[in-house]
Design a protein. Structure first.
Length: 502
């Protein structure tokens, strides 16, 4: 992938369909209406005045129609330029889940996608010696009865086991129908179907070996842990008082961190299956948790921050992000991502800390303002001068970069506030730090991907191509270079791959 790949469109052999060119209104085709100015007889003056009034009204209506035509023409959006290197159009509904991995040895990009059509696909993209891209799409066979909510690959974490045998490359697919299905990454062969929680929301492999799979439920609030070689369920973690929105193993693999709709972050012991600590974050400083009627909850989670890798950060529907120290059982910082406007600040509900559904606030006049934090992440510790940085992205479309090493309001200092402009209303759906540069890659609800320089808060790259919201994004990095391979799934039913070369 070090070399640029030629644009590729994979639609499973279907012919490409192009829309007919738009028909524009000719603004010079107005019809001139002549009025008879001859004086009428005295006894017909009233009728003549009525005719003149009717004619004036007709002329006014014609003028308004022409003005409306001009407005319609001027408001037409320019065509979207597709800057992707490859597009896969196998899905027939919105795509909700994406994961990817670039294998340098075989020069192959593995992409797994799942969506609202209850289907999951394995997409393979290989670059040959002459720099020609070859693509292949493999349907994953299990007949799901509800949307695919999450997909995961264990390939980045595979190591040799104690006997020296290399573990198998596997795909995990989770669905709202409650099924968790394992497939072979090599050819998409179905390996096993696990029984698990209802409405699976997320899935993560253990970072040390990739043989343990963790999944969480948005419905029953449970977390299940499986050993994939033996096809056994190892633990079921119970404690969340609402749906579990996200979860992950810590970087050292010794603990599990989860966040939920109950406004808590919980730390679990994998072997014992018990909860070691509960952070009740949505109740901190009267933020409006479940017990206070706020009803928001936590939306997203990332781990691996700090010098010891023990910091975790989560985003909340209350507009805040929270940073905790996992082993130290301490709340380190509360990051105020959402900034209230004057209109919202005067709202009684906002003053009481009571949020609406989906992280929205509504004032007395019906004005709705977005506040939920939907994406969070820590800057990798190997990037000089940025080891204590983190980023938050919200439905307000703002990306914020914070320095955890400098105490400020809430325990951290805001370094950069990155916005695409006042006229852009798109929110952020995902963010990912570059693995070797101080850059943040963010996807938006208008189908755009932006790369931000976290040091100065400016855009260094923008990719377009999607015609609707990006629901999920994953990024792979090419060893030995700074190139990033960005894979996105959208409401427009397509999977796209972009290449970024700093």
């Amino acid at each position: 992938m070090a070399d640029a790949l030629p644009p590729t469109n994979n639609n499973n052999g279907d012919e490409e369909v192009f829309d007919e060119p738009p028909t524009f209104i000719d603004l010079n085709s107005a019809v001139e209406v002549k009025i008879d100015d001859a004086p009428a007889a005295d006894d017909d003056d009233d009728d003549a005045m009525m005719d003149d009034d009717e004619m004036a009204n007709n002329q006014h209506a014609t003028t308004n129609n022409n003005a409306a035509d001009e407005t319609t023409t001027s408001n037409e959006q320019p065509p979207i330029i597709d800057q992707s290197k490859a597009t896969f159009t196998s899905h027939t509904d919105a795509i909700y889940a994406i994961t990817s991995h670039y294998d340098a040895q075989s020069n192959t990009l593995y992409i797994v996608s799942g969506g609202g059509d209850d289907r999951a696909y394995l997409h393979l993209m290989t670059t040959s010696i002459n720099n020609q891209a070859q693509t292949k799409t493999i349907p994953l066979a299990h007949p799901h009865t509800d949307s695919i909510s999450c997909v995961a690959l264990n390939t980045p974490y595979i190591t040799n086991d104690v006997s020296g045998t290399t573990q198998a490359n596997q795909i995990a697919v989770g669905s709202y129908d409650g099924s968790i299905v394992l497939y072979s990454t090599t050819d998409g062969t179905l390996l096993h179907v696990f029984e698990g929680p209802t409405d699976v929301e997320w899935a993560r492999f253990h970072p040390k070996g990739g043989t343990v799979l963790l999944v969480g439920s948005i419905a029953d609030g449970t977390i299940w842990m499986y050993h994939t070689p033996s096809k056994q369920c190892l633990q079921v973690f119970v404690g969340h008082e609402g749906g579990v929105t996200d979860g992950v193993f810590t970087m050292d693999g010794k603990a599990i961190v989860s966040c939920g709709q109950d406004g808590t972050v919980r730390v679990w012991a994998p072997k014992k299956g018990v909860c070691k600590h509960v952070f009740r974050l949505m109740d901190v400083n009267g933020s409006g948790g479940e017990e206070e009627g706020g009803g928001g909850g936590l939306t997203c989670l990332a781990v691996g921050g700090g010098q010891d890798g023990q910091l975790a950060i989560c985003g909340g529907e209350d507009g805040n992000a929270y940073v905790v120290h996992v082993s130290g059982k301490k709340v380190v910082a509360t990051l105020t991502h959402f900034e209230e406007s004057a209109t919202t600040a005067n709202n009684n509900n906002t003053a009481n800390g009571q949020g609406g559904e989906d992280g929205m606030e509504e004032d007395d006049e019906g004005f709705v303002e977005a506040r939920s934090v939907e994406a969070v992440g820590f800057c990798p510790g190997n990037i000089p001068g940025t080891a204590h940085w983190c980023a938050t992205g919200g439905v307000d479309g703002v990306l914020k970069v914070w320095n955890m090493n400098v105490g400020g309001v809430g325990g951290a200092q805001l370094r950069q506030k990155c916005t695409r402009g006042a006229d852009v209303k798109a929110g952020i759906t995902r963010l990912r730090w570059h693995n070797s540069l101080p850059l943040v890659i963010a996807s938006y609800t208008d189908g755009v991907v932006c790369i931000w320089d976290a040091r100065v808060g400016t855009v260094v790259g923008t990719f377009t191509g999607h015609e609707d919201m990006i629901n999920d994004m994953d990024v792979s990095f090419v060893d030995g270079s700074n190139a990033a391979v960005i894979v996105t799934g959208s409401d427009d039913k397509s999977v796209k791959m972009f290449e970024f070369h700093p």
